[in-house]
Design a protein around this ligand. Structure first.
Ligand SMILES: *[C@@H]1O[C@H](CO)[C@@H](O)[C@H](O)[C@H]1NC(C)=O
Ligand SMILES: *[C@@H]1O[C@H](CO)[C@@H](O)[C@H](O)[C@H]1NC(C)=O
Ligand SMILES: *[C@@H]1O[C@H](CO)[C@@H](O)[C@H](O)[C@H]1NC(C)=O
Length: 276
């Protein structure tokens, strides 16, 4: 090796050493899990250890599954910012957090299908790191009791609730807490609905329908209906409801008849000109 070669080699070594020391080493930290509620917003945390953003930073968020899907990508300082299909209106990365190295993702209007593992990746010149967060999703819905009508010696009631995840159980709380069957079905958005009907006997004053998730004690919703002591009143109410319904349908028929009349008149007008 002559002197010239030696000098060139040395120069390369220096260049490599300088660029290695220039690449900033950092780590990402996040929470191992996050809890989201159906219909609400959730933060998927991700923090760069430097406490500021590294040079030429690129942030990427993936959803881990069959083929990791890139749901969000941002190239600092000013973009471009790209969103995975269906995420554009639901993902926000607050830019004001970047100077402190906060690259947490806000996911809006959480759905049951959002449950899963998310990876935060930050790349800079010559360095990158990533971290995982599991998003658990839970959902609850309002419970409503309805009156179907008189049946035999009693009155038939229904209880329904939807938007639950994981799957709930339905329980009627009346006197003996006897268990009654209920229907469970999974809706298109993967959340569960429950439905049940019972006939309560005359003299029942209070009926409660409780919907709860067995594995999550805090996940419960209930509704209570107070019934009149006099069965007659309940029956009267039912008949009143029915009457209202009949009146409503009569009104509809009347309106559609009027419409028909109007159409016939129009037709007559066009056929006979202004003579009509
Ligand atoms: C999520 O909820 C579970 C209970 O369901 C709780 O143990 C856990 O600490 C929660 N995680 C977070 C990050 O709040
Ligand atoms: C990071 O950003 C998220 C979302 O903008 C915010 O909720 C969170 O409080 C921030 N964390 C810190 C440590 O500031
Ligand atoms: C019925 O169930 C509810 C809730 O599970 C409970 O608080 C109540 O004590 C029970 N009543 C009877 C009579 O078992």
């Amino acid at each position: 090796m002559d002197l010239k070669q030696c000098v060139i080699l040395g120069f390369f070594c220096v260049v490599i050493l300088v660029s290695i020391s220039l690449s900033e080493h950092f780590e990402l930290s996040s929470s191992p899990s996050a809890n989201g509620t159906v219909g609400q917003n959730v933060i998927l945390p991700c923090q760069i250890s430097l406490g500021r953003q590294p040079q030429n930073m690129e942030v990427q968020w993936q959803k881990i599954g069959d083929g990791n899907v890139i749901i969000y990508q941002f190239k600092a300082p000013s973009g471009p910012e790209t969103f995975g299909q269906g995420y554009k209106s639901r993902i926000v990365l607050a830019k004001e957090g970047l100077p402190t190295g906060n690259v947490s993702l806000q996911l809006k209007n959480v759905q049951v299908t959002d449950e899963g593992i998310y990876r935060c990746i930050v790349k800079s010149t010559g360095w990158s790191d990533n971290t995982l967060t599991v998003l658990h999703v839970a959902g609850m819905g309002m419970v409503s009791i309805g009156i179907l009508g008189p049946e035999g010696e009693g009155i038939k009631l229904t209880c329904r609730s939807s938007g639950w995840f994981p799957h709930p159980e339905l329980q009627w709380l009346i006197k003996d807490n006897q268990s009654h069957p209920f229907e469970l079905k999974q809706d298109h958005d993967q959340s569960f609905s429950v439905f049940s009907s019972i006939t309560v006997l005359r003299g029942t004053t209070e009926v409660t329908c409780l919907v709860h998730v067995r594995s999550h004690l805090q996940m419960k919703q209930k509704s209570t209906m107070f019934l009149s002591q006099k069965r007659k009143y309940s029956m009267k109410r039912c008949f009143e409801e029915e009457e209202k319904f009949i009146q409503a349908s009569q009104k509809e028929t009347l309106e559609s008849e009027n419409l028909d009349l109007h159409r016939r008149l129009e037709r007559a007008r066009t056929e006979f000109g202004d003579a009509v």
